[in-house]
Design a protein around this ligand. Structure first.
Ligand code: FAD
Length: 477
């Protein structure tokens, strides 16, 4: 048997785009995917005619090439949607991303005064002595004041990450929080300036049958162009020789296999790949770095409902730590075909760690807890309307940006980069909190690197990280 030229590890957004690009260019390519379906985080599950993504996904891209690719693949089954999101907090629903005019109108007079007062104090303090932004907490309080931090940002972030915001790198905030100027809001509220707050991308593309449709079609097109896809194939080892990958090993239901290759594009988690490359001889400092880079997991409690609608919102953020879920999503607002006619569903996003009590709780326990929380939030009728429920699990939901994550990430990327024919990219492979468009662009770039034999794998892991390209889509997502 001739060796495949390129092996792509992982059939998510990044890996499938790499495989598709290579196959279309006539390269022999094999994509190995541990699950029985493609899409990774962008996968869609079906149950009794209801469809659930792994957390709501919307496609927005600044790249014309990528936008055209998705339109070409999904064709007339691609919908253009408008999002509507709110933050539920203290019995109020605030517009999302947070707009301070809206916040100041809805909070009590006392809290509004505290928000404005703590903001003013912070501005004065920062003007006199500019404190460094080390942690998430620093970054937010220095810009918005302690009261806004304590009301919205702090509790939500603690729930999402499971660690104190003072232990999370300021990078997370600078990459994900839009800079709204509070003074600008106050000037507008006082009627001294006309015009609305800064606007956000509310429109997005979404396939009729769920986000996974993009990657299922991409996989079919890749196979049509001669590429191979092995599902249920879990990577177990990477064999190197003279600074190059010689072969990868993987396990399927039929046993262990080895695949010789000329090059590898890996989208599996960076710490895992580094440990496979390093093997038993991996230096202790690198092994420790690989153990420090961890991911936050997500359990999704998917509830099928015999109701036409729960709320008009696609997303409802729940910042209060008393409630399990960080977000409540109603899939049919993304596409009406995600639920049968006249019915709807909810997808409750529960941040947790693999193996903890939320991850391991039975279906019944999680559902009961979620229903109690929903009742407290004003949705007591949902229990009676439930047709069915089930959980889906995401092992690598969010790369955890601990305070020195950049140093650890850098060490591991440099180490993996010493293997000449191996590129580590994608959300898990670059250890970066990126959206699917950047993951897909990384896949395209990794394929192009192989085709052109020019450029560097490291630059791909840092793609679109330059200042100014930071998304202005979300407060924290
Ligand atoms: C809750 C949530 C909501 C999101 N919402 C949006 C959104 O609205 N819009 C947006 O653009 N982005 C969104 N994202 C981000 C988006 O999902 C990711 O950026 C994108 O899916 C990353 O693709 P990837 O291929 O890099 O990684 P992944 O999707 O994680 O793909 C990696 C693949 O590798 C496979 N794999 C892992 N280990 C092995 C192994 N040992 N052997 C074989 N295969 C393996 C995995 O099964 C997976 O298929 C969201 C993410 C989350 C968690």
């Amino acid at each position: 048997m001739t060796s495949p030229r390129v092996v792509v590890l992982g059939g998510g957004a990044c890996g499938m785009t790499a495989g598709y690009t290579l196959a279309r260019a006539g390269v022999e390519v094999v994509v190995l995917e541990r699950e029985l379906r493609v899409g990774g985080l962008c996968g869609t599950h079906e149950r009794r005619g209801f469809r659930f993504d792994l957390g709501g996904h919307r496609f927005i891209s600044r790249s014309r090439a990528l936008d055209s690719l998705v339109r070409e693949l999904v064709g007339s089954d691609l919908l253009e949607r408008t999002r509507s999101s709110v933050v539920l907090n203290g019995g109020q629903a605030y517009r999302y991303p947070l707009e301070l005019d809206d916040v100041l109108r809805k909070v009590s007079l006392r809290r509004g005064a505290k928000i404005v007062g703590s903001y003013a104090c912070e501005r004065v303090r920062q003007a006199v002595r500019r404190d460094p932004d080390v942690s998430f907490e620093d970054w937010v309080t220095h810009r918005f004041g302690r009261e806004l931090y304590a009301t919205f940002f702090g509790p939500y972030t603690q729930k999402l990450w499971g660690i104190a915001p003072s232990q999370i790198s300021a990078d997370w905030a600078s990459q994900r929080i839009s800079l709204l100027s509070l003074s600008d809001v106050l000037v507008r509220l006082a009627g001294l300036r006309k015009g609305g707050a800064r606007t956000y991308a509310r429109r997005y593309l979404y396939p009729r049958l769920g986000i996974g449709e993009i990657f299922e079609r991409m996989a079919a097109a890749m196979i049509g162009a001669g590429g191979k896809l092995y599902l249920g194939a879990r990577l177990t080892g990477i064999d190197t020789q003279k600074g190059r990958v010689r072969a990868v090993r993987y396990r399927t239901s039929s046993g262990e296999h080895e695949l010789a290759c000329d090059a590898v594009i890996s989208t599996v988690a960076l710490p895992e790949v580094a440990r496979m490359v390093g093997g038993a001889a991996m230096p202790v400092a690198l092994r420790r770095a690989s153990e420090r880079l961890r991911f936050r997991a997500i359990r999704l409690c998917n509830v099928l409902l015999d109701l036409p609608e729960v709320s008009p919102h696609t997303w409802m953020y729940v910042s209060d730590p008393r409630y399990l879920m960080a977000r409540i999503q109603e899939p049919r607002h993304r596409s009406p075909e995600l639920a049968p006619r006249g019915q709807t569903s909810l997808m409750l996003e529960i941040p947790c760690d693999v193996g903890d009590e939320l991850w391991t709780a039975s279906e019944e326990q999680i559902y009961a807890r979620c229903m109690d929380d929903l009742a407290a939030l004003g949705y007591a009728h949902l229990r009676r309307a439930t047709l069915d429920y089930f959980s889906t699990y995401v092992h690598e939901g969010y790369p955890i940006y601990h305070l020195d994550y950049l140093g650890d990430r850098d060490r591991l990327l440099s180490f993996v980069g010493e293997t000449a024919n191996l590129v580590s990219c994608g959300r898990q492979g670059a250890f970066r909190y990126i959206f699917m468009d950047t993951a897909m662009e990384m896949g395209m770039a990794a394929a192009q690197l192989y085709l052109d034999r020019r450029g560097s794998g490291r630059a791909i892991a840092d793609l679109r990280s330059e200042a100014g390209l930071v998304e202005a889509r979300a407060l924290t997502a």
